[in-house]
Design a protein around this ligand. Structure first.
Ligand code: GLN
Length: 269
């Protein structure tokens, strides 16, 4: 069989709406060929080892393993990120959090921004890259996750990110921030269990999903200098509960709920 034949057969097996693209991404991942090279070599015969290895990748994808974990890459905010099963795969809708943070950051000549629970570092890197005068402090509770986020910062030559191992704000409680943003786990624990591949640590937020957001908000309330902005991603149906948490811990602050393009309620500012 030739490369083009492998592609066609894989796309047939994958069936879904993105089958052609997935088949191509996996074959490029396996062969290291660019899209143009793959096209120009589509009549080139393949050896049985390549065919078997490709078949193995297709099987993994068919079993539900996310494409991004198989290839180790995900694009977010126009940038390429390394991902692994230790971190949540950055979601396109989280770009909204970045956009909102970038918009309010223009009010500060040299904003100091915290990204709490940074995971792969996608949000922190997107912010740092687009705000060269900012200082971004990215925290995560897992040192392995921070190592991966650090590699992503290096990949994009972001020298304005500081990584701190911390349980939310606990280790940086004396610092002052203009903007605190966070895409914390917010999925109710029973639902999160349905996700077999991504880390529960990044998804599950207790019985109603909001345990970790509640803890962060109470840490923010205890800061001696409150940030100008607290931006939280959360899930559909959680807006009223999040508003309640904010009005209880940070009375008098303004709350805006922004709906993303899913369209679901997501972001509280
Ligand atoms: N948006 C993710 C999901 O629905 C959850 C992300 C998170 O918990 N922060 O799977």
């Amino acid at each position: 069989m030739n490369l083009g034949g492998l592609l066609k057969e894989a796309a047939r097996q994958l069936t879904g709406p993105a089958a052609d693209l997935e088949a191509e991404v996996l074959l490029r991942y396996l062969t290291g060929l660019s899209r143009a090279e793959l096209f120009s070599r589509r009549h080139q015969p393949t050896d049985s080892r390549t065919a078997a290895a490709y078949d193995e990748l297709i099987k993994r994808l068919k079993s539900g393993e996310p494409l991004q974990y198989i290839t180790g890459h995900m694009e977010f905010y126009g940038l390429d990120f390394e991902v692994s099963p230790a971190v949540l795969i950055p979601r396109p809708e989280t770009e909204l959090l970045v956009e909102q943070a970038l918009a309010v950051a223009t009010d500060y000549p040299a904003p100091v921004i915290a990204d709490i629970g940074c995971g792969s570092g996608a949000v922190a890197v997107a912010l740092a890259k687009n705000l060269p005068k900012a200082t971004v402090v990215a925290t995560d509770i897992s040192s392995a996750v921070l190592a991966l986020a650090g590699r992503n910062a290096d990949l994009h030559e972001c020298h304005n990110i500081e990584f701190v191992e911390s349980d939310l704000l606990a280790s940086i409680i004396t610092r002052n921030f203009d903007i605190i943003c966070a895409n914390l786990p917010y999925v109710p624990v029973d639902e999160a269990k349905d996700n077999r591949f991504e880390p529960q640590l990044a998804l599950a937020g207790g019985p109603d999903g909001l345990d970790i957001i509640r803890r962060l908000v109470s840490q923010v309330a205890a800061l001696s200098r409150k940030p100008g902005w607290l931006m939280l991603e959360f899930g559909t149906g959680q807006a009223d509960a999040v508003k309640g948490i904010l009005s209880q811990s940070l009375p008098g602050s303004r709350t805006d709920i922004i709906h993303d393009f899913i369209p679901l309620e997501r972001l509280s500012v």
